[in-house]
Design a binder for this molecule. Structure first.
Ligand SMILES: Nc1ncnc2c1ncn2[C@@H]1O[C@H](COP(=O)(O)OP(=O)(O)OP(=O)(O)O)[C@@H](O)[C@H]1O
Ligand SMILES: [Mg+2]
Length: 198
C-alpha cells in the first residue's frame, strides 16, 4: 500500500521481471535477474510467476477458456484440461465458453485470476486487481487470490485496506521506497496513511 506515485506498480513490475531496475539487482531461487537476457527473464516469468493487471485484459475474439490457456507453455489438450480444472477450482466453470464481451468486469477479472494461476506459479503478482470492481466483486477476486496462499505467494497492490484482511503482512511504500511493515489490522486502521504522511 502507499500513495499514488509511491512506486507500488514499479515494485511489482521489477519483482516480476516485467521491468528492469535502473540500479540494484534481484534474484529468484538463487538466479540473478541481471545475469539473464530478455528471453531468460521471460522464461523465468512464464514458469514461476502469474500477473493480474488492474484492468482485466483479455482477447475479445477468444473464449475465456482460450484466454486462460494462453498462459500454458504449449497450447494443447493437456493445457485445456489444466485450464478447465482452474475454472472449476475458482467456481467459474460456467464462464469458460463465453467471450469476454459477454462478461461483467468482476467475471473478467476472475478469468484473469484463472489465467495467472494456470501454471501453478510460485508467485502471483496482482496490481490493484479490484480497483475497477465494486466491493462485492472485489472481495470475490481477493478471496480467489487468498486461497492461492496455500499453494504459493501472493503479492497484491491495493488502495483498499478492506481487501487485506487475509494478508499476512502489509508493506507500506512512500516516495519510491518501502518504509514500513504493518499488520492488516493496522492498515485497516489507517496506519499506512499516518506513515505515508510522515
Ligand atoms: N520506467 C520509469 N522510469 C522512470 N520513472 C518511472 C518509470 N515508471 C514509473 N516511474 C515513476 O515512478 C513513480 C512511481 O510510479 P508507480 O506507477 O510505480 O506508482 P504507483 O505507486 O503504482 O502509483 P498509482 O497508485 O498511481 O498506480 C512515479 O513518479 C512514476 O512517474
Ligand atoms: Mg500503480
Amino acid at each position: 500500500m502507499g500513495p499514488s506515485g509511491s512506486g507500488k506498480s514499479s515494485l511489482l513490475y521489477v519483482l516480476s521481471g516485467l521491468k528492469r531496475p535502473t540500479s540494484g539487482d534481484l534474484s529468484f531461487r538463487g538466479s540473478c535477474y541481471s545475469k539473464m537476457n530478455d528471453k531468460q527473464i521471460t522464461e523465468l516469468r512464464r514458469k514461476n510467476f502469474g500477473f493480474v493487471f488492474q484492468q482485466p485484459w483479455l482477447l475479445n475474439w477468444q473464449t475465456s477458456l482460450e484466454n486462460v490457456m494462453m498462459g500454458a507453455p504449449v497450447i494443447d489438450s493437456s493445457a485445456e484440461e489444466l485450464a478447465d480444472k482452474c475454472f472449476h477450482r475458482l467456481g467459474i466453470h460456467e464462464l469458460r465458453m463465453k467471450q469476454p464481451s459477454q462478461l461483467s468486469g468482476g467475471e473478467k477479472q476472475r478469468v484473469c485470476v484463472a489465467r495467472a494461476m494456470m501454471n501453478s506459479p510460485a508467485v502471483i503478482f496482482a496490481d490493484e486487481p479490484t480497483a475497477s470492481l465494486d466491493q462485492r466483486n472485489g472481495h470475490m477476486v481477493v478471496d480467489l487470490l487468498s486461497e492461492y496462499k496455500e499453494q504459493g505467494t501472493v503479492v497484491i497492490v491495493t488502495h483498499d485496506a478492506a481487501m487485506l484482511s487475509q494478508a499476512d503482512r502489509v508493506l507500506v511504500m512512500r516516495d519510491g521506497c518501502p518504509v514500513d511493515w504493518v499488520s492488516p489490522a493496522e492498515a485497516a486502521a489507517g496506519k499506512t496513511y499516518a506513515v505515508s504522511q510522515g
